[in-house]
Design a protein around this ligand. Structure first.
Ligand SMILES: [Zn+2]
Length: 338
């Protein structure tokens, strides 16, 4: 049992370390190569989630001796096992400090990511909460959707009306995606703002983000304990949103209207202000959600600011070659961390 626990801790420590090294290398390269395009940053940051999951079993299968003391003490650049047993603050091994960090990350993941995701998925399953929006009910919406779809060269999806409590605008379903929008939001947006918001949602469709959402959820569940994966997955969500923002602006040519639509869509999703939610009751959940609202508001504001003052976006040359080279170099480096 003790050996098994040590093996599990060793596996967790190794994958967290692999993620950390990959994240440091990737963030440094994003700066050195001045990668401003969100879709390219997204691909590079995905390595932080994929490589540890891929490399650890690959190393084990191709070279089992890597786990032995001969490799650890002789060939390896870094022996993580030795580090885990290293005493810090007197007699407590480093292993316990690491376990505390992994346990805290697990709690954060369950409370802030898995629980809200499952709640949203369950709520979206209740299809009776939505009804089909017919053309005659909202001719403006259908005209705007037809115009934006044509500009983006793809068929317009079916549109459903969401009730007010549900998120204001989103793409539902992976196999047969539909656009869900609340009438509350439709009333709040003018024509240009609506076109921007619709183009953003169609960009999610084009990028197949419903499928990516499932892939990322599985990876996050597999790495529930990994603090680096927790931080990077949040960056990935932002990169993805910004990639869709850029598509929306290039399709409509109206960054100002889209930024206004974005802020209105966020406010329509949250009828209560964070301050009001905070004052309502002192329990932990409402405080946590007020904090979460505040974080979301600041990211929406950052996205709007980026739309009004866009960074210089140039084509990154040899994007896929760079990805392969970086992944291969990391494989060589991480092989010698056992
Ligand atoms: Zn979005």
């Amino acid at each position: 049992m003790a050996a098994f626990t040590a093996d599990v801790t060793g596996y967790m420590a190794a994958t967290v370390f692999y993620s950390l090294v990959t994240a440091l290398v990737v963030e440094a390269l994003i700066r050195i190569w001045a990668i401003h395009r969100p879709s390219t940053r997204f691909k590079f940051r995905l390595l932080v989630l994929f490589l540890p999951l891929l490399y650890w079993p690959a190393f084990l299968l191709t070279y089992p001796q890597r786990q032995g003391d001969v490799f650890r003490h002789g060939t390896a650049l870094l022996d993580l096992k030795q580090w885990l047993d290293l005493p810090v603050a007197g007699t407590m091994p480093f292993r316990y400090g690491l376990l505390l960090l992994l346990a805290s990350t697990t709690l954060l993941f369950l409370a802030q990511e898995l629980a809200p995701t499952l709640r949203t998925l369950l709520a979206r399953r209740h299809r009776q909460e939505r009804r089909r929006l017919e053309k005659r009910q909202h001719p403006g919406l259908h005209a705007a959707l037809a115009e934006v779809s044509q500009k983006m060269g793809r068929p317009a999806p079916q549109v459903l009306a969401a009730n007010r409590q549900a998120p204001a605008v989103y793409i539902a379903g992976a196999a047969n995606p539909t656009l869900v929008i609340s009438s509350h939001l439709l009333e709040a947006l003018d024509g240009n703002e609506l076109r921007g918001v619709l183009a953003h949602e169609l960009a999610h469709l084009r990028r197949r983000d419903s499928w990516w959402g499932w892939v990322l959820l599985v990876i996050r569940v597999l790495m529930f304990y990994n603090p680096v994966a927790l931080l990077v997955s949040r960056q990935l969500v932002q990169d993805n949103e910004q990639a869709c923002d850029d598509v929306a602006v290039s399709a409509t040519g109206q960054p100002l209207a889209f930024a206004a639509g974005l802020i209105k869509a966020f406010q329509a999703e949250k009828p209560e202000s964070p301050a009001k939610a905070q004052g309502r009751s002192g329990d932990l959940r409402s405080r946590a959600s007020a904090m979460y609202d505040h974080a979301s508001l600041s990211t929406v504001k950052r996205r709007a600011a980026r739309l009004l003052n866009p960074p210089p976006i140039e084509d990154s040359p040899y994007e896929n070659i760079r990805l392969v080279v970086v992944s291969s170099m990391l494989a060589v480096l991480l092989f010698f961390v056992a």
